[in-house]
Design a protein around this ligand. Structure first.
Ligand code: ATP
Ligand code: MG
Ligand code: MG
Length: 550
């Protein structure tokens, strides 16, 4: 087994195991099917599944589906797909909080019978006002002192659909003066006349997250219920509920919190991501600019790189903003090792080599990876007409300019030195082509090296496939849009730039290879392994170097 870096949760489990050797470690990942998974969820998935694996325990996948108004079966399938793609497999069948609705109802009745829950008929706003604040104790609802019998009757009326939405709810009777606001008689059940994707129209009352979660954990024999820091106070309620219902288990679950992942220049909240989709700022949840698992996959990220990232970020209780470069370095490092090199011209401009005959064609054999001979070689063509990138030529260069300009010599990567002689412009004053001479003694294997100012990439026009290149910028121009109320005001402009150019023809030999390093350009992902209208389309996954964005 691979060595793992134990975080504080592992230390807690180790202690629990030292007290109880027979404890079967059991975790769960509990997404609500109200959106697609994002990179923050990957952190939780990685944590929960890795713990189960390390302790030879189990990890459940449970859809926490207690709010039918925002949920949808299409999210269920996308969540399953993303977890499997990341390489994790859940224990047994998939679980749903909704499968426990009948049991949850019974436990609610039990609390009423113990005089620990009551049907409240204050409005939503009144409940909020009565709750008080950190400085101000809450006020008891006038309905709080109803008899058990009346509460049982009204709760049944709620279940039967005889009370309109918003006109009654079930609340725990705890302490309206508790220093923990969550303990000031939290709502356990509300009325929602809404069809549920699993239970259809059977229920019109639905349990709240806090009531359902701790009971579902218990019923599934979860030992360690891991969630993010926002739920720290909810733990009091989690324990209160489990302490007050009659539920028989060998080992009851305990909740532990860790800091949620926050990634700079991104929002990681399904509600906010949904807004980006709804406002058509991106093309759906799987847009490569989105921090979703499906977006990263579409951009060209690998599951391994996302897991490496989760490992690197670690699990603590400290809230911090993770740099985008941390994520990018994970994929860059992997692709540096694994991706074949190829030449691609994103902004083509033509070079005509004067001292070559029209029909000249030389085959040059070059490696697919600079230091991995096992990745093989390929053939490129050298001929009279080639393309280079227009940013590798400058009409009026400064002294420091290290690429092609009139009178200056550059080396063609794996090829000859060329020296620019003249510029040919069209009637609109745009460069049509540049003429050069090549030096036949500057042979590709560097036996005879002449002076040159730089090395540039190139493709013979006899060796091209047309391609579109999609270059993405960060969606937000401020580092922490999550802190802004009007986060949509901080969206970058032109976050997708599509260029049209060429890649080497040799790429057609095996279109199942999807990730490449385009020499001097960056790492790119072949979006679709077939030609469409004679074009291949690539997404830029990441630049070659940190902070390098052309
Ligand atoms: P969001 O706030 O994005 O809507 P959520 O917490 O409401 O997310 P759930 O579907 O309820 O989404 O989350 C499933 C699990 O993923 C929970 O255990 C939650 O704690 C965890 N999770 C959600 N966001 C993050 C994050 N940014 N970092 C780590 N874990 C997260
Ligand atoms: Mg949630
Ligand atoms: Mg949320």
């Amino acid at each position: 087994q691979k060595k793992i870096k134990k975080n504080f949760i592992y230390h807690i489990i180790d202690q629990d195991l030292s007290k109880n050797k027979n404890l079967k470690i059991h975790t769960r990942f509990p997404p609500e099917p109200n959106g697609h998974l994002h990179i923050g969820h990957a952190k939780s998935i990685f944590l929960n599944f890795s713990i189960a694996k390390f302790y030879k325990g189990k990890c459940n996948l449970r859809f926490d589906d207690t709010n039918p108004t925002k949920e949808n079966v299409k999210f269920i399938s996308s969540i399953k797909k993303d977890i499997l793609w990341l390489g994790f497999v859940w224990n047994d069948d998939i679980k749903f909080s909704s499968q426990y609705f009948s049991l949850l109802y019974k436990f609610a009745v039990q609390l009423i019978k113990k005089n620990l829950a009551y049907v409240d008929q204050l409005t939503k706003k009144q409940i909020r006002d009565y709750r008080g604040t950190l400085k101000k104790p809450g006020k008891k609802s006038p309905y709080r002192s109803r008899s058990i019998k009346e509460n049982l009757y009204l709760f049944k009326q709620m279940k039967k659909g005889l009370i309109p939405e918003g006109h009654a709810c079930l609340r725990a009777k705890i302490d309206m003066e508790s220093p923990f606001i969550i303990m000031r008689d939290p709502v356990l059940y509300r009325i929602l006349y809404c069809k549920h994707h699993q239970t259809l129209n059977y229920w019109c009352i639905y349990p709240m997250y806090d009531f359902a979660h701790c009971i579902a954990d218990t019923l599934e024999n979860i030992t360690h219920s891991l969630c993010t820091l926002e739920f720290q106070e909810n733990k009091h309620l989690y324990n209160w509920i489990l302490n007050n219902i009659d539920i028989n288990v060998k080992n009851r679950p305990y909740q532990y919190e860790f800091s949620p992942l926050k990634l700079e220049y991104n929002v990681l909240s399904k509600r906010k991501l949904q807004m980006l989709v709804d406002k058509k700022i991106v093309n759906g949840w799987n847009d490569p600019r989105m921090p979703t698992i499906s977006g990263l996959r579409k951009k060209g990220y690998t599951p391994d790189s996302i897991i490496k990232f989760c490992e690197k970020v670690g699990v603590t209780k400290q809230n911090n903003l993770i740099q985008l470069s941390t994520l990018e370095s994970c994929i860059r490092k992997e692709l540096n090792e694994t991706s074949p090199r190829i030449m691609a011209i994103l902004n083509p401009i033509k070079i005509i080599i004067e001292n070559l005959p029209e029909c000249y064609m030389e085959i040059i054999n070059i490696p697919n990876h600079p230091n991995k001979p096992e990745m093989g070689n390929r053939k490129i063509i050298f001929s009279k007409e080639i393309y280079i990138d227009k940013f590798d030529f400058c009409e009026y260069p400064s002294k420091e300019y290290k690429r092609l300009s009139i009178g200056k010599t550059v080396k063609l990567r794996y090829g000859y030195n060329i020296t620019a002689t003249a510029i040919k412009k069209n009637q609109f004053n745009n460069i049509e082509y540049i003429t050069c001479t090549y030096d036949p003694h500057t042979i590709k294997n560097n036996l005879y090296i002449k002076k040159y100012v730089g090395i540039i990439h190139w493709i013979s026009i006899k060796n091209t496939i047309s391609a579109k290149f999609k270059i993405y910028k960060k969606l937000f121009y401020i580092q922490n849009p999550e802190l802004k109320k009007n986060f949509l005001d901080y969206i970058n402009t032109n976050t997708l730039n599509i260029k049209t150019g060429f890649v080497e023809k040799s790429i057609m030999m095996n279109l199942s290879i999807r990730r490449y390093q385009f020499e001097r350009e960056g790492y790119f992902y072949l979006c679709c392994s077939i030609l469409k209208d004679n074009f291949l389309t690539f997404n830029q996954i990441v630049t070659l170097k940190k902070n390098k964005q052309k």
